[in-house]
Every structure is written in structure tokens, then in C-alpha cells.
Design a protein around this ligand. Structure first.
Ligand SMILES: Nc1ncnc2c1ncn2[C@@H]1O[C@H](COP(=O)(O)OP(=O)(O)O)[C@@H](O)[C@H]1O
Ligand SMILES: C[C@@](O)(CCOP(=O)(O)O)CC(=O)O
Ligand SMILES: [Mg+2]
Length: 447
């Protein structure tokens, strides 16, 4: 790379929804999750400097109000020199307790007094991935996200996956033993368009990205199952059990409404709380985990059922009638029962029942919240089933929407939920996983 030129590497990784099996999956049972069409993006800029110029590492995390800049000399002095001198992107290592303490106390001193634990964890995770994958290189890193942070949609995993992928792609450019994970070099000079030039990551490198991201999740979560980083890396819909991934090529279109309780919570504390309850009541909790496992496995078989998707022709007529009658009614006359009677396929009805059961069991293990229960009650009045997704304790709730439910009806449900102060959104479900792109600016960047 010529002096003065700037290389920009970007990676984006999706958030996720867990359809079934959160928390229990940490204890070895099956869970089903799908990628969400909302992304976290890591953008790394690297510009070689003339010899003798002081080099810096800059980290910007605008969602956490973090903007820090360190001279590389300072990082080299404070952190463990041997591991910094020999970063190896191909050998995934754990962040040892010693490294965690060393990095953590460095970060606490660097951030403003009283920085939240989540902010300390995010910066510590970054420094671990940076030093282990890339070593001391002068770069500017900025991570942005469409995802709400700490709301159960896997922002922590998306953060780790996009960082790991961008660092690995850059490491490959620095003549390391890795191959560039996606981006053909000759395409490096193309201008990054907001929507274009993204490359999928090949299978071998996906595994590497996923393993590094898992080590990052361990710093943020304490005891992650690995489902979030796996679905963020691989995308689509997955069944996950004891570290094993099964991709589900489901013919069933998944449609759901997501509602944010806007109640903040922290996955690490919730996972630890479930672990403690399991220690206090081992037999009862094991039975609940087993029941959740059964639910997740049934969800898998419904999603894979060949009789999916669709309605027979009578059902379609019924749907058209429903839409027509709604056109004729003024808003205030739309009875809840009209929405409740929207037709479902057999599979949809089964999934709804499983969602209801899963939510009941999540309440039993202590991760529901009054705001979550309120959402479940509001949607139940429309005969729609909801459950928390992710760690619970607040965060987001998913509501299954029958395929035949008109968007006008969905708006009616949203009005009730938003009237109680919740925020609703629909997002694409089951899209691609992590992607990478590069750009070379021969005259340097202008940022
Ligand atoms: N865009 C981001 N920038 C910086 N840190 C992030 C970002 N997204 C997630 N994180 C990290 O993940 C933590 C939230 O993770 P978690 O409690 O697991 O909730 P969730 O994964 O459901 O959003 C944050 O406190 C922070 O450490
Ligand atoms: C509760 C859990 O099952 C999912 C946590 O998801 P999130 O961080 O709340 O998005 C934990 C895990 O599987 O690692
Ligand atoms: Mg998380």
C-alpha cells in the first residue's frame, strides 16, 4: 500500500431474534433463532505513516459515547507484550482471567469516571480482539448499529461479529497467513456505496469469525451459549444446541411484530440469575429446561414441515372478505374479534401455542418483567401470541403475525401497544449473515 493511501475495511453483522429456547440453551438445550435485517457495522481505516511519526489507535463507539485515542506506544507498555508481538488471527484464544483484569483496569482508567459496565465491557472486548487478531497497527475503528443496544436483539453478538470480521479482513491485507476473508484485492479500489459491494464470507472464514466473536461475547456476557454470534455470523434461521449449528431451510415465511418495552437490562446479569436459580432448585429447573427443549424441537419440525406454507383456496377467500369488511368500517368500529378471527394455517396455530408455552416457562425461570407481561396481554386481546426474545427482564418482545393478517390490522395492534409507551417495528427475518467490503482511497481519506 502506498504512503498516504487509505484502506477502509467494513464488516456488517445482523442482530437476531430467538424464536424459542433462550436461557435454556445456555444449559445445553436446543434453541431456534433467525437473523434480523438490522445490522451493526465496524468501519476500520488504516493509513500507513512515514517512519518516525507517532502512531495511534482510535476507537469510536457513538452509541456508547465513546471516543478514545491511544498512542500505540502506550498500549504496548501497558498490555502484555508477548501476546501483542505475536498476534495470530488463525489461532482463536480465550481472554484469560489475567488478560481480562489487565485490559479491564486499563479501560476503566481510560474512560470517564463512572462509565457503565457495558461500556467498559465493549472497549475491553475491542482491545482483546484488536491485539489478538491484528496486533499493534495504527487504525481508526468506528462501530455503529441499527440495533437497540441491550434490548434482546443480539447487539453484543453483532458487535463482536462485525469487529472480528473487519479485523480479520484487515489482518489478511497485512501479509498475515490468513487469506482476505472476502474481498478480492482488485475490487479494493471501488467506491463503497451505502448499499453495494458487500461480500459474503466463505465457510472456512465464517467459522473463524464466529469463534473469535464467541470469545468477545464471553467478555460481555460471562457465559454465552454461542447462539447469538452463530446466527449473526451464518445468518438465516438456525437450530443451535451445545455449540452445534443446524441451518434450517424453512419453507415457512416468518412474520412477526417486535415491540421494545424500552426497559433496559443486561444479559450478563440475567444469565447469571438463571444460573443461580438452577443451583437453588436443580430438579425443577432441569424439568423446565427440558420442556423448553421440547418446545424448540417442535418449532424446528414445524418450520421444516413440508405442508408449509400457505392456505387452501377457501382460506384465501376468507382473507379477502376480512380485508373488504375492514375497508367499510370506520377505525373506531373495528372490533378486536375481527382481528382475532384472522385465519391461520395449522402450522401457524401450533407455533402460536408454542410461543405462549415458552413465554410461560420463561416467566417461571424469572426472566419476564411487568412490561413484557403487559405486551403479552395487549396482544392476547387480539388472539396474538407473544414472548420475550433474548435475555428478557425488559428489552424486546416478539408477536407472531399470521401470514394472512392485513397490514391494516397490524397497525391497529400497534396503536394499542404504542399507546402504552412501547415502540413497535417490523423487520426482515432470516436474511444473510456477516458481510465484508473494502475500499482503497489512493489520496487518503477526507474524514
Ligand atoms: N454498537 C455498539 N457499540 C458498542 N458496544 C456495543 C454495541 N452494541 C452492543 N454493544 C455491547 O453489548 C452490550 C449489550 O449487550 P447485551 O446486554 O447482551 O444486550 P443485547 O445483546 O441484547 O443487545 C453493551 O453494553 C455493549 O457492551
Ligand atoms: C439469554 C441468551 O439465551 C440470549 C441472550 O441474547 P441477548 O444478549 O439478550 O440478545 C443467552 C445466550 O444464549 O448466550
Ligand atoms: Mg447480547
Amino acid at each position: 500500500m502506498e504512503e498516504g493511501a487509505e484502506l477502509v475495511v467494513e464488516a456488517r453483522a445482523p442482530g437476531k431474534v430467538i424464536l424459542s429456547g433462550e436461557h435454556a440453551v445456555v444449559h445445553g438445550t436446543a434453541a431456534v433463532a433467525a437473523a434480523l435485517g438490522l445490522y451493526s457495522t465496524a468501519r476500520i481505516r488504516h493509513r500507513p505513516l512515514s517512519p518516525g511519526t507517532e502512531e495511534f489507535l482510535v476507537l469510536e463507539l457513538p452509541q456508547l459515547n465513546v471516543h478514545v485515542s491511544w498512542s500505540l506506544k502506550m498500549i504496548e507498555e501497558i498490555l502484555d507484550p508477548p501476546s501483542l508481538q505475536y498476534p495470530n488471527p488463525l489461532v482463536v484464544k480465550e481472554c484469560s482471567d489475567l488478560d481480562m483484569t489487565r485490559l479491564g483496569s486499563f479501560v476503566v482508567k481510560q474512560l470517564s469516571w463512572g462509565a457503565p459496565k457495558g461500556t467498559v465491557a465493549a472497549v475491553t472486548t475491542f482491545l482483546f480482539l484488536y491485539t489478538s487478531i491484528l496486533g499493534l497497527q495504527p487504525i481508526t475503528v468506528r462501530v455503529t448499529s441499527d440495533l437497540p443496544v441491550g434490548a434482546g436483539l443480539g447487539s453484543s453478538a453483532a458487535y463482536c461479529v462485525c469487529l472480528a470480521a473487519a479485523l480479520l479482513d484487515l489482518a489478511a491485507t497485512f501479509d498475515s497467513p490468513t487469506e482476505a476473508i472476502t474481498t478480492p484485492k482488485e475490487q479494493g479500489s471501488q467506491k463503497l456505496a451505502d448499499t453495494g459491494n458487500w461480500h459474503d464470507v466463505d465457510e472456512k472464514n465464517l467459522e473463524l469469525v464466529n469463534k473469535w466473536a464467541f470469545e468477545g461475547e464471553r467478555i460481555i456476557h460471562g457465559r454465552p451459549s454461542g447462539i447469538d454470534n452463530t446466527v449473526s455470523s451464518y445468518g438465516y434461521v438456525v437450530r443451535f444446541k451445545q455449540g452445534e449449528l443446524m441451518r434450517l431451510h424453512s419453507p415457512m415465511p416468518l412474520r412477526m411484530l417486535l415491540t421494545n418495552t424500552n426497559v433496559g437490562r443486561n444479559t450478563k446479569a440475567l444469565v447469571a440469575g438463571v444460573g443461580e436459580r438452577a443451583l437453588r432448585h436443580p430438579a425443577a429447573m432441569a424439568a423446565i429446561f427440558k420442556a423448553i427443549d421440547g418446545i424448540a424441537e417442535e418449532v424446528v419440525s414445524i418450520l421444516l414441515s413440508p405442508s408449509n406454507p400457505g392456505l387452501d383456496s377457501d382460506d384465501e377467500h376468507e382473507h379477502k372478505d376480512e380485508a373488504r369488511s375492514w375497508q367499510q368500517l370506520p377505525d373506531e368500529c373495528l372490533p378486536k374479534s375481527d382481528i382475532a378471527s384472522v385465519v391461520r394455517t395449522k402450522e401457524e396455530a401450533k407455533l402460536e401455542e408454542l410461543v405462549e408455552m415458552n413465554q410461560g416457562l420463561l416467566q417461571c425461570i424469572g426472566v419476564s418483567h411487568v412490561s413484557i407481561e403487559a405486551i403479552c396481554q395487549i396482544t392476547a386481546a387480539f388472539k396474538l401470541q407473544s414472548k420475550l426474545t433474548g435475555a428478557g427482564g425488559g428489552g424486546c418482545v416478539l408477536t407472531l403475525l399470521p401470514k394472512q393478517m392485513s397490514s391494516t390490522y397490524v397497525e391497529v395492534v400497534k396503536v394499542d401497544l404504542e399507546g402504552q409507551g412501547f415502540s413497535c417495528f417490523e423487520a426482515a427475518i432470516g436474511g444473510h449473515g456477516v458481510q465484508v467490503r473494502q475500499e482503497l482511497n489512493p489520496d487518503g481519506g477526507d474524514e
